[in-house]
Ligand binder design. Structure first.
Ligand SMILES: Nc1ncnc2c1ncn2[C@@H]1O[C@H](COP(=O)(O)OP(=O)(O)O)[C@@H](O)[C@H]1O
Ligand SMILES: [Mg+2]
Length: 320
């Protein structure tokens, strides 16, 4: 399955673009989104990367909190998740006794319970939004411009983590039930405890449902983007390992920023040499995946026209 198959597929609903910071996630997400929309699919391109660049890439403000119709491309909407605003909403909802978003709650739980480094609240907000759009059927396709190295997706592990914790709590609860019965009158919080138990169950169910969609290769494809430099190669290997663990289908790797040959420029040629060595490693490492090579553009890769040009390269219609 190459990128052309993915963007023109009638079954794929979710495309995730991911990789190290600065490698071209936003550009590729934007380019695939334009291809998808022009093919006739109602498409939303959604940035869940706290370091947003979608607005800059499309040269249009997409940070207002609602999906914005992209000028110049029919069928295409864009949105950068405003994590700060989302967090404020969550806090005020919690303050007034509301439930808030699953994502933000997930972050707290992970921090409080798991003893592992908790993801940032912005990542949890992004994850909550992601769950929301996985359930939303008003688009034929949602393209996610994700945070570097899939950090947000780590929250997919939460249900298992909660299961083990809830299991332990349940055993403890049963063991202590007679004692609890005796002490019942002393605590007024029993009802609240049951409520939070339900909330956790609800959140687990939602995340599990998302995992089913995200692990179905007919429905979801993660496109990994990297540049031919050792540091990006290392980080990509870690990303691939995580995606494998979370069972998220990957069939494509985009190698971006390739410097073309130029015998008159010593500097360019040295960089090209370095890149070609890494490119060979990338080809060896991912020989079972479809590899797309993208050259470094002469000018800045920005705006619809350039994104369309990148799109043509991604689907193999243009060399450069
Ligand atoms: N093939 C390319 N040629 C030239 N510039 C590129 C290319 N791919 C990406 N860029 C530029 O590199 C920068 C980072 O790309 P971006 O798509 O924002 O990466 P990310 O979202 O992974 O941080 C942007 O300024 C973008 O315009
Ligand atoms: Mg970006």
């Amino acid at each position: 399955m190459d990128i052309r198959d993915i963007v023109y597929s009638s079954s794929i609903r979710f495309i995730l673009a991911g990789g190290k910071g600065g490698v071209g996630k936003t550009s590729c997400a934007g380019a695939m989104a334009i291809l998808s929309a022009k093919h006739g699919y109602r498409t939303l391109v959604l940035s869940t990367d706290p370091a947003h660049s979608l607005s800059d890439s499309f040269d249009q403000n997409l940070s207002g909190g609602n999906e914005v119709s992209i000028e110049g491309v029919d069928n295409l909407w864009g949105l950068e998740i405003n994590t700060e605003k989302g967090m404020a909403e969550f806090q005020s909802a919690m303050g007034s006794g509301g439930m808030g978003s699953e994502g933000a709650m997930a972050a707290q739980l992970m921090g409080d319970m798991a003893g592992m480094s908790p993801p940032g609240s912005d990542e949890a907000m992004a994850f909550g939004k992601m769950l929301e759009y996985l359930e939303d059927s008003s688009y034929d396709r949602v393209i996610f411009d994700t945070a570097p190295t899939g950090h947000t997706l780590k929250l997919l592990e939460l249900p298992d983590l909660l299961d083990s914790w809830m299991g332990k709590l349940l055993t403890m609860r049963q063991r202590m039930s007679s004692m609890m019965a005796g002490l019942k009158g002393m605590f007024g919080g029993a009802e609240q405890e049951d409520n939070s138990w339900q909330m956790m169950q609800l959140m687990k169910d939602k995340i599990r449902a998302a995992r089913i969609d995200l692990s179905d290769p007919e429905l979801t494809q993660f496109v990994v983007i990297l540049i031919p430099e050792a540091m990006a190669v290392f980080e990509t290997q870690r990303l691939m390992h995580s995606l494998d663990k979370w069972k998220i289908p990957v069939s494509n790797v985009v190698v971006n920023h390739l410097v073309p040959p130029n015998p008159t420029c010593k500097f360019c040629d040295a960089r090209r040499q370095m890149q070609q060595t890494n490119l060979k490693d990338i080809r060896d490492l991912y020989s079972d995946l479809s590899l797309t090579e993208v050259p470094l553009f002469e000018g800045e890769l920005r705006g619809i026209e350039n994104l369309e040009k990148l799109g043509r390269i991604l689907i193999g219609e243009m060399e450069e």
